[in-house]
Design a protein around this ligand. Structure first.
Ligand SMILES: [Fe+2]
Ligand SMILES: [Fe+2]
Length: 166
Protein backbone atom coordinates (compact mmCIF):
# COMPACT_ATOMS: atom_id res chain seq x y z
CA UNK A 1 0.00 0.00 0.00
CA UNK A 2 1.40 3.37 -1.05
CA UNK A 3 -0.44 5.35 1.61
CA UNK A 4 -1.02 4.61 5.27
CA UNK A 5 -4.29 3.33 6.72
CA UNK A 6 -4.73 6.60 8.59
CA UNK A 7 -4.27 8.78 5.48
CA UNK A 8 -6.59 6.49 3.54
CA UNK A 9 -9.22 6.78 6.28
CA UNK A 10 -9.00 10.59 6.18
CA UNK A 11 -9.22 10.66 2.38
CA UNK A 12 -12.26 8.38 2.55
CA UNK A 13 -13.82 10.79 5.06
CA UNK A 14 -12.99 13.68 2.73
CA UNK A 15 -14.92 11.96 -0.06
CA UNK A 16 -17.96 11.98 2.25
CA UNK A 17 -17.38 15.63 3.20
CA UNK A 18 -17.30 16.67 -0.47
CA UNK A 19 -20.40 14.57 -1.20
CA UNK A 20 -22.26 16.18 1.70
CA UNK A 21 -21.20 19.63 0.48
CA UNK A 22 -22.51 18.78 -3.01
CA UNK A 23 -25.84 17.74 -1.48
CA UNK A 24 -26.07 20.84 0.70
CA UNK A 25 -25.51 23.15 -2.27
CA UNK A 26 -28.05 21.24 -4.32
CA UNK A 27 -30.59 21.55 -1.53
CA UNK A 28 -29.88 25.30 -1.31
CA UNK A 29 -30.24 25.63 -5.11
CA UNK A 30 -33.62 23.93 -4.88
CA UNK A 31 -34.79 26.26 -2.08
CA UNK A 32 -33.47 29.37 -3.87
CA UNK A 33 -35.35 28.48 -7.04
CA UNK A 34 -38.75 28.21 -5.39
CA UNK A 35 -38.10 31.26 -3.21
CA UNK A 36 -37.51 33.46 -6.25
CA UNK A 37 -33.71 33.65 -6.19
CA UNK A 38 -33.03 32.30 -9.67
CA UNK A 39 -29.49 33.67 -9.86
CA UNK A 40 -28.54 32.17 -6.51
CA UNK A 41 -30.10 28.88 -7.57
CA UNK A 42 -27.84 28.72 -10.65
CA UNK A 43 -24.85 29.68 -8.53
CA UNK A 44 -25.46 26.95 -5.95
CA UNK A 45 -26.25 24.33 -8.58
CA UNK A 46 -22.93 25.06 -10.29
CA UNK A 47 -21.24 24.93 -6.90
CA UNK A 48 -22.79 21.57 -6.14
CA UNK A 49 -21.33 20.18 -9.37
CA UNK A 50 -17.92 21.51 -8.32
CA UNK A 51 -18.07 19.69 -5.00
CA UNK A 52 -18.91 16.50 -6.86
CA UNK A 53 -15.81 17.01 -8.95
CA UNK A 54 -13.75 17.39 -5.78
CA UNK A 55 -15.14 14.08 -4.59
CA UNK A 56 -14.29 12.52 -7.93
CA UNK A 57 -10.72 13.89 -7.81
CA UNK A 58 -10.06 12.03 -4.56
CA UNK A 59 -11.67 8.84 -5.85
CA UNK A 60 -9.45 8.98 -8.93
CA UNK A 61 -6.37 9.66 -6.84
CA UNK A 62 -7.05 6.53 -4.80
CA UNK A 63 -7.85 4.55 -7.93
CA UNK A 64 -4.48 5.62 -9.31
CA UNK A 65 -2.95 3.92 -6.28
CA UNK A 66 -5.00 0.79 -7.11
CA UNK A 67 -7.27 1.42 -4.14
CA UNK A 68 -11.00 0.83 -4.46
CA UNK A 69 -12.34 4.11 -3.05
CA UNK A 70 -15.56 3.55 -1.14
CA UNK A 71 -18.58 5.64 -2.05
CA UNK A 72 -20.13 6.79 1.23
CA UNK A 73 -23.70 7.25 2.33
CA UNK A 74 -24.52 10.93 2.54
CA UNK A 75 -26.26 13.01 5.16
CA UNK A 76 -29.68 14.49 4.62
CA UNK A 77 -28.99 18.20 4.02
CA UNK A 78 -31.00 20.79 5.98
CA UNK A 79 -34.49 21.21 4.55
CA UNK A 80 -35.61 24.34 6.35
CA UNK A 81 -33.86 27.40 5.06
CA UNK A 82 -34.54 30.82 6.49
CA UNK A 83 -32.90 33.37 4.26
CA UNK A 84 -30.35 33.85 1.50
CA UNK A 85 -27.94 35.27 4.06
CA UNK A 86 -28.36 32.25 6.34
CA UNK A 87 -27.62 29.70 3.58
CA UNK A 88 -24.54 31.69 2.50
CA UNK A 89 -23.31 31.86 6.11
CA UNK A 90 -23.70 28.09 6.50
CA UNK A 91 -21.82 27.67 3.22
CA UNK A 92 -18.95 29.83 4.51
CA UNK A 93 -18.80 27.88 7.79
CA UNK A 94 -18.83 24.59 5.86
CA UNK A 95 -16.00 25.76 3.64
CA UNK A 96 -13.94 26.71 6.70
CA UNK A 97 -14.48 23.20 8.08
CA UNK A 98 -13.43 21.69 4.76
CA UNK A 99 -10.23 23.75 4.86
CA UNK A 100 -9.49 22.33 8.30
CA UNK A 101 -10.09 18.77 7.23
CA UNK A 102 -7.82 19.18 4.17
CA UNK A 103 -5.12 20.64 6.43
CA UNK A 104 -5.47 17.68 8.76
CA UNK A 105 -4.90 15.19 5.94
CA UNK A 106 -1.84 17.13 4.80
CA UNK A 107 -0.46 17.18 8.37
CA UNK A 108 -0.94 13.41 8.58
CA UNK A 109 0.58 12.78 5.15
CA UNK A 110 3.58 14.95 5.99
CA UNK A 111 4.11 13.17 9.31
CA UNK A 112 4.23 9.95 7.35
CA UNK A 113 6.53 11.44 4.69
CA UNK A 114 3.81 10.74 2.16
CA UNK A 115 4.86 13.46 -0.29
CA UNK A 116 2.67 12.10 -3.04
CA UNK A 117 -0.51 12.77 -1.04
CA UNK A 118 0.60 16.17 0.22
CA UNK A 119 1.42 17.30 -3.32
CA UNK A 120 -1.94 15.94 -4.52
CA UNK A 121 -3.72 17.95 -1.83
CA UNK A 122 -2.00 21.23 -2.74
CA UNK A 123 -4.70 21.78 -5.36
CA UNK A 124 -7.31 21.55 -2.58
CA UNK A 125 -5.43 24.07 -0.43
CA UNK A 126 -5.64 26.64 -3.22
CA UNK A 127 -9.24 25.73 -3.94
CA UNK A 128 -10.19 26.28 -0.30
CA UNK A 129 -8.52 29.71 -0.27
CA UNK A 130 -10.71 30.63 -3.26
CA UNK A 131 -13.83 29.12 -1.68
CA UNK A 132 -13.43 30.98 1.60
CA UNK A 133 -12.66 34.25 -0.22
CA UNK A 134 -15.72 33.78 -2.40
CA UNK A 135 -18.17 33.16 0.43
CA UNK A 136 -16.64 35.89 2.59
CA UNK A 137 -17.11 38.34 -0.25
CA UNK A 138 -20.73 37.19 -0.65
CA UNK A 139 -21.38 37.68 3.09
CA UNK A 140 -19.92 41.17 2.82
CA UNK A 141 -22.52 42.02 0.17
CA UNK A 142 -25.30 41.78 2.77
CA UNK A 143 -23.55 44.43 4.88
CA UNK A 144 -22.75 46.67 1.93
CA UNK A 145 -25.90 46.40 -0.19
CA UNK A 146 -28.39 45.56 2.52
CA UNK A 147 -31.05 43.03 3.41
CA UNK A 148 -34.25 44.58 2.12
CA UNK A 149 -36.08 43.15 -0.87
CA UNK A 150 -34.28 45.30 -3.41
CA UNK A 151 -30.89 44.52 -1.93
CA UNK A 152 -31.63 40.78 -1.99
CA UNK A 153 -32.70 41.06 -5.62
CA UNK A 154 -29.40 42.77 -6.37
CA UNK A 155 -27.40 40.11 -4.52
CA UNK A 156 -29.30 37.42 -6.43
CA UNK A 157 -28.16 39.02 -9.69
CA UNK A 158 -24.58 39.19 -8.42
CA UNK A 159 -24.68 35.48 -7.51
CA UNK A 160 -25.89 34.68 -11.00
CA UNK A 161 -22.81 36.42 -12.42
CA UNK A 162 -20.55 34.67 -9.90
CA UNK A 163 -21.68 31.20 -10.97
CA UNK A 164 -19.09 31.07 -13.75
CA UNK A 165 -16.21 32.20 -11.58
CA UNK A 166 -16.82 29.95 -8.58
FE1 LIG B 1 -14.88 20.94 -2.06
FE1 LIG C 1 -16.32 24.03 -1.56
Amino acid sequence: MKISDQTLKLLQEQIAIEANAANYYLSVASWCKVTGYSGASCFFRAHSAEEREHMSKIIQYLNGLKIHAQIPATEQPPQNMESLEQVCKIALDNEKNVTQSINKIIDTAQDEKDHRTSVFLEWFVNEQINEEDLFESIMQKFDIIGRDKLALHEIDKILDKLKDTS
